[in-house]
Design a protein around this ligand. Structure first.
Ligand code: NIG
Ligand code: FE
Length: 414
């Protein structure tokens, strides 16, 4: 059935923009007094509301009242939402001056979340994930990538991935699962890091594949996790099994990004430590650069060089990295807005990074732009000009979020 939604004060379509490199706000297509015609969850047409209404007089109208700006739904292409417990203790130590790596060495860090997540039963994990997905969706995030990586043994990695699959079945947002069993060599694994990775290849990835639990594989390349030399064969084996690749790269030290590019990863994420050498490698590749301002805010570290990456011609996506350790806030729009002020990233670049460039990081071609044939995943903000959204630095939230054309979330009553 067809439906016409509107009128919208502005529709920011994000269509016609380059997939890589810098963008300026003058390039943005803005439809004023707009409407959107939807059929079977897909966008059929956008244009002036009154003209669409006149051309389709019998179509059902979902009326939108007041001032509002319509955008594509956000795509959060990097999260660790499936965890139990919290790391408030780590955070308290960090704001007293200890570093993330010192805390990890002393027994906190990722291993602490592994312990807490292993202790949670299936139902608890599902419920915690459902709550976080619902919050994210209410904040305009209509597609959410979710990683495992707090199980780090066969039963617990499978427990996490199955929880993601369960939540995905009836969540308002689309979930994209990624296997991050290579987050850290588990302390209770009896063998080297390379042996652990081989164990994952031999025993976990075939099950993940067979059950359709994830189509993507991630690894944390860092001095405290896996080296590039260990990671490259792992990534190539996962690729040969048909997994798409993504890498936690250059968070504290360089090396990971180069390995990600060598392995043909779809995205390389973090990049806070990347220098001009790494940026040069990236610009000539098809790998999407995913920056995670929430981790910089959570760790009190510098942002990834987002401006330099864009100016060099990279495809830059922005994700939340929502996790219990480095990025506990989980507010994607606020993080992107705050980073954009510091790094001088235009609204066009921010929204591209949260929408269609983030879709590229997940290899999704059917969302992130308001154009005919795309998923009708959209969100409306209570303002008259799209520039007000970043101006409020994330405090302004969408009043309505639609998934596949369904009005699934309203932050204000009818
Ligand atoms: O992306 N850097 C590695 N992994 C996560 C942090 C996970 C944690 O601290 O629990 C990240 O920042
Ligand atoms: Fe992460």
């Amino acid at each position: 059935m067809k439906k016409l939604i509107g009128p919208f004060t502005q529709i920011l379509t994000l269509s016609g923009l380059a997939t890589k490199g810098p963008l300026n706000d003058g390039q943005l297509e803005v439809i004023t007094a707009g409407g959107m015609l939807i059929e079977n969850g897909l966008i059929l047409q956008t244009g002036r509301f009154d003209r669409l209404h006149a051309a389709h007089p019998d179509v059902k109208v979902e009326e939108v009242t007041g001032e509002n700006v319509l955008l594509p739904g956000f795509i959060d292409c990097h999260t660790h939402l499936c965890f139990a417990g919290n790391r408030a203790k780590d955070y308290s130590l960090r704001i007293q001056g200890e570093t993330y790596l010192e805390i990890a060495k002393a027994g906190g860090g990722i291993w602490d979340s592994v312990t807490q997540t292993r202790q949670a039963d299936d139902a608890t994990l599902v419920q915690l994930l459902q709550q976080r997905v619902a919050r994210h969706f209410s904040e305009g995030v209509t597609t959410i990538e979710v990683k495992s990586g707090y199980g780090l043994d066969l039963p617990n990695e499978l427990k996490q991935l199955r929880a993601i699959q369960t939540v995905a079945k009836d969540s308002a947002a689309d979930l994209v699962a990624t296997c991050l069993a290579a987050h850290l060599r588990p302390k209770d694994f009896n063998g080297s890091s390379a042996a652990y990775l081989e164990h994952i290849v031999q025993h976990l990835l075939p099950l993940v594949k067979r059950e359709g639990l994830a189509s993507r594989v991630d690894i944390f390349i860092e001095q405290s996790a896996f080296s590039s030399a260990e990671a490259l064969p792992y990534l190539l084996k996962a690729k040969a099994m048909g997994f798409q690749l993504t890498v936690h790269a250059d968070q504290f030290t360089t090396g990971g990004l180069q390995t990600a590019i060598e392995a043909g990863a779809v995205s390389a994420d973090h990049l806070e430590a990347s220098t001009s050498n790494e940026i040069t490698l990236l610009k000539d590749s098809e790998t999407v650069a995913v920056v995670l301002p929430g981790a910089s805010l959570g760790l009190g570290m510098q942002y990834a060089p987002a401006r330099k990456l864009l100016d060099a011609g990279a495809c830059l996506a922005i994700a939340s990295d929502w996790n219990p350790g480095s990025a506990p806030m989980g507010d994607l729009l606020m993080q992107a807005a705050v980073m954009s002020a510091a790094e001088k990233i235009s609204a066009a670049e921010v929204f591209a990074g949260l929408c269609f460039r983030a879709a590229s990081a997940l290899n999704l071609k059917d969302r992130g732009i308001i154009a005919p044939g795309m998923q009708a995943d959209i969100q409306a903000y209570p303002c008259a000009d799209y520039r007000e959204i970043l101006y409020h630095q994330g405090k302004m939230k969408p009043q309505t979020v639609w998934k596949s054309g369904q009005n699934s979330h309203k932050n204000i009553p009818d």
